[in-house]
Write a protein that binds this ligand. Structure first.
Ligand code: ATP
Length: 319
């Protein structure tokens, strides 16, 4: 993913870039013994996250060792670390370094003190007013726009990976998806809530038996689709496709059907963002810079049904 060299000979360019990546990886390598590991904050299926101390409070995301058992995963991990080091934005978690010597593979980041949007929306059932909803969405699109401008695809944008700290959005977990998710045995595993974030082209690439090299086709466009789902959760307080079994979600989204907007009482402009982000054709989805412009223009008060802003429910399930 990195090509810093300007040499005309492609072999030299490759050599330069490989050595510059390993050089820079060394700079970010944290010896595991230097970490003062504290309590477990949470367990994902593939990682355990600890709070800890390394020149201040940090989060230590350790890959579970029953999982990291091959050279390929190690290489994927290093590639993701080399992506991480390129990020500096106030809406992205601060990457501090990584432990890259097996059997201990871990990413060290700043510790997020607030709660995730998932906890706010789905656990605490918090309701954000329109002005706060827009402010959160603007910050997410700022952070995501930055990632895309740096050529980084998040691959797993979801409310569980977005923290809210005293009104500030902090996005975590970018780029790690390929290391942690795709293979658990040979079977595709579907975490709860995950399907709602999958763009049609990604959904259509799911296979029951995942082959060794099957990567899912994540792109900046599929990140935009995820943003649409986050926008829906912020507005409705629930996931799209509520109550549908996984098979039905896979079938509907794969065929180009959009989730119902029947539960969404909002203006045309607000719904248009959803419809655009959930476009079946990836290239029809807006870029984050455009989403920001649209969000800036939205009235900060929630608009309810009115004759001047008719709601087009019929558009929700088709097209
Ligand atoms: P999944 O396995 O589907 O990814 P998850 O996203 O909850 O589930 P992890 O990303 O491994 O799993 O995170 C585990 C827990 O650690 C979550 O509760 C998450 O909010 C928390 N966490 C992750 N990164 C940080 C951080 N930088 N600061 C504070 N808490 C964090």
């Amino acid at each position: 993913t990195v090509s810093d060299g300007e040499n005309a000979d492609p072999r030299c360019t490759r050599q330069n870039s490989v050595s510059s990546v390993s050089q820079s990886l060394r700079e970010w390598d944290i010896p595991y013994d230097e970490l003062d590991r504290g309590e477990v904050i949470g367990k994902g299926r593939f990682c355990i996250v600890y709070s800890g101390n390394w020149h201040g409070h940090v989060a230590i995301k350790e890959l579970r060792m029953d999982y990291v058992n091959d050279e390929k995963t190690l290489e994927a991990f290093k590639a993701e670390v080399s992506t991480f080091r390129k990020t500096r934005h106030e809406n992205l978690v601060l990457f501090m370094g990584a432990c890259m010597k097996p059997p201990r593979l871990a990413i060290v980041t700043s510790l997020c003190k607030g709660r995730t949007l998932y906890t706010h929306i789905h656990v605490q059932k918090d309701k954000f007013n329109m002005s706060k909803t827009i402010m959160i969405a603007q910050q997410i699109s700022q952070g995501m726009g930055y990632l895309h401008a740096r050529g980084i695809v998040h691959k797993d944008l979801k409310t569980k990976n977005i923290f809210l700290e005293s009104g500030k959005v902090v996005i975590t977990d970018f780029g790690l998806f390929n290391v942690t998710r795709l293979r658990r045995g040979n079977w595709l595993s579907i975490p709860p809530g995950w399907l709602c974030y999958l763009a049609p082209e990604v959904m259509r690439s799911l296979r029951v038996v995942q082959k060794q090299d099957d990567g899912l086709p994540f792109t900046p466009y599929s990140d935009i689709y995820c943003f649409g789902t986050v926008w829906y959760e912020l507005l409705c307080g629930e996931w799209p496709h509520k109550g549908l079994p996984p098979e039905a979600i896979i079938w509907q989204v794969g065929r180009g059907m959009k989730p119902s907007l029947a539960n969404l009482q909002a203006s045309r402009d607000v719904k248009d963002i959803l419809m655009a982000c959930w476009s079946y054709q990836p290239y029809e989805r807006p870029e984050f810079s455009n989403i920001q412009i649209t969000l800036n223009k939205l009235p900060k008060k929630r608009l309810h049904r009115s004759p001047s802003h008719p709601i087009h429910l019929s558009r929700s399930a088709e097209s």
